[in-house]
Write a protein that binds this ligand. Structure first.
Ligand code: FAD
Ligand code: MLT
Ligand code: ZN
Length: 468
């Protein structure tokens, strides 16, 4: 592309979104064209910041007419290289589209533009006395559009489902620039294919989500939280079973290893362990008591001690302790990044297959290079295990990624026999394209490709993500 052509493109984009809302500065583009992964080549042509669905549609139409690739971009907290522009694409960021409409307290819904952050929607719901159920440590930065595009899972999926379960309707700008209005507030609507589900989890490859209608619910009351120290991994699934058998309404069931705990204590400001003696594993268990009913947590912990699946446990006594215990889990991702080079796996298995899988994982990890530390944590109550390979910051980033990739590949190849998934919640993006075959059959991948061709025949919408 000649300088003259580039400058004409910029002039046209500025006409659509305004002079100040097109970025071409190379240093800024390195940030705007990249997500949290920071391991891929980044080289967008420009980043644009539309203020309305109409402007998004006009930018997309322009890109289509000029054969320009588009990378939809939200809070850029994605962990799969989905919002990465490495081939002179136009990054379309929804950062200016943050409007949240007044809460519908009768139908329990909220409508917002896709650039609203997850936390802003949680807060708007809370201010209206209600609750938005998606929760993740990136909530302050991640956008509702990004949550929809990745079908984010998060910390409360075990109780409320993931993003898909929170979405009633969406508005999407398709790759030809037309606007598909599926932004319904209906809870029930069996009128043919429910097309919104095609876009949820499609990682920006089929269109740009510009607005959404989300489900709200009553605020959970009498929520109790415990951090439980555990001796063996197999005790974790036993705790889950006992909690369910005791009739606990589990709102979160997370775990992390002592290695993860140590890294958080080292890097997260103010973090301290609640235990006098450290244990190999910890469970974060959140339960909801029935309104006016007796407390569930204390008798449950007694049961766990009786069954010898718990070494020690701490119950949060006030909101400060509640936050402190949660932060031990929520600070893992940032602490790992501060600690060293990281390669992330985000697998899921049927919950009853976790024990045998972990035994095989331990054997594989024993064969890994000694300078790769394997850190485990995740949403274990729903079968989602985060395996993070961590290498020393002083080492070469590229070499580390290559070495960790070899271990990762061996671990992915274990998954088909457990009918597990290589990505529970982060998605495929650029990071796991090669590995899609471990979780999806050829027939499924061909159907996905066919659908992509129908919706985006020119292949301009987030090109090269999920599959080539
Ligand atoms: P981005 O990173 O900007 O984009 C992600 C993908 O969505 C890209 O493919 C992009 O092209 C596409 N996209 C973005 N906006 C739109 C749009 N409006 N229309 C169409 N496509 C779009 N994920 C979980 O599932 N569970 C967790 O618990 C969790 N915890 C996290 C904790 C931390 C500290 C971090 C850094 C990440 C975590 N993530 C988690 C990953 C990430 O936060 C989620 O994937 C989130 O949904 C991404 O939102 P985003 O707005 O940052 O999207
Ligand atoms: C989490 O559960 O904390 C997130 O998915 C982020 C991560 O895997 O690091
Ligand atoms: Zn997660």
């Amino acid at each position: 592309m000649t300088n003259h052509e580039t400058s004409e493109i910029m002039t046209a984009l500025r006409k659509i979104v305004g002079e100040r809302h097109v970025v071409t500065d190379p240093a800024e583009l390195q940030v705007l064209g990249c997500d949290w992964t920071k391991i891929f080549f980044v080289d967008p042509l420009a980043a644009v910041f539309p203020a309305s669905t109409g402007e998004v549609a006009d930018v997309v139409k322009f890109c289509k007419e000029h054969g320009l690739g588009i990378v939809p971009s939200g809070g850029r907290t994605g962990l799969a290289g989905g919002a990465v522009a490495g081939n002179k694409e136009i990054v379309i960021s929804l950062k200016r589209m943050t409007r949240i409409d007044p809460v519908d307290r009768v139908g329990l819904t909220i409508q917002c533009e896709a650039g609203a952050t997850t936390q802003a929607v949680q807060e708007a719901a809370s201010a209206a006395g209600l609750f938005f159920a998606l929760d993740l440590a990136a909530k302050g930065s991640s956008h509702i559009g990004g949550n929809i595009a990745t079908n984010a899972g998060g910390l409360k999926l075990i109780r409320y489902g993931g993003m898909r379960e929170q979405v009633l309707g969406i508005e999407v700008v398709l790759p030809d620039g037309s606007i598909l209005d599926m932004n319904s507030r209906l809870r029930k609507n069996n009128t043919g294919y429910d097309l919104k589900h095609l876009f949820i989890g499609s990682e920006g490859t089929l269109g740009i989500v510009t607005r959404a209608t989300l489900r709200l619910m009553a605020k959970p009351r009498n929520v109790q939280l415990a951090c439980i120290a555990v001796r063996n991994f197999s005790d974790i699934t036993k705790i889950l079973t006992i909690a369910s058998m005791e009739g606990a309404t589990i709102t979160a069931f997370e775990f992390f290893t002592d290695v993860a705990h140590g890294i958080v204590l080292q890097h997260a400001q103010g973090a301290r362990t609640p235990f006098q003696q450290r244990a190999p594993f910890y469970v974060i268990l959140e339960v909801e008591d029935a309104v006016g009913g007796a407390s569930v947590m204390e008798p449950l912990l007694e049961k766990l001690y009786e069954n010898d699946v718990c070494i020690d446990a701490v119950i949060a006594q006030n909101s400060a302790q509640f936050k402190e215990l949660w932060s031990l889990r929520e600070n893992i991702t940032e602490s790992l990044s501060a600690h060293g080079h990281v390669r992330k796996n985000d697998i899921s298995l049927p919950v009853d297959m976790l024990d045998p899988f972990i035994r095989e994982l331990v054997d594989e990890v024993a064969k890994a290079p000694k300078d790769i530390e394997v850190v485990l944590f995740g949403h274990i109550g729903d079968g989602n295990l985060h395996i993070n390979y961590v290498g020393p910051k002083s080492g070469d980033k590229k070499q580390f990624q290559e070495a960790a990739r070899k271990v990762e590949e061996r671990i992915f190849s274990l998954l088909p026999k457990y009918k597990g998934s290589i990505s529970a919640e982060h998605g495929i993006g650029l990071l796991k394209k090669k590995d899609l075959k471990f979780s999806r059959s050829e027939a499924e991948i061909n159907l996905m490709r066919g659908l992509k061709k129908i919706v985006d025949p020119a292949g301009i919408m987030n090109p090269g993500k999920i599959f080539d």
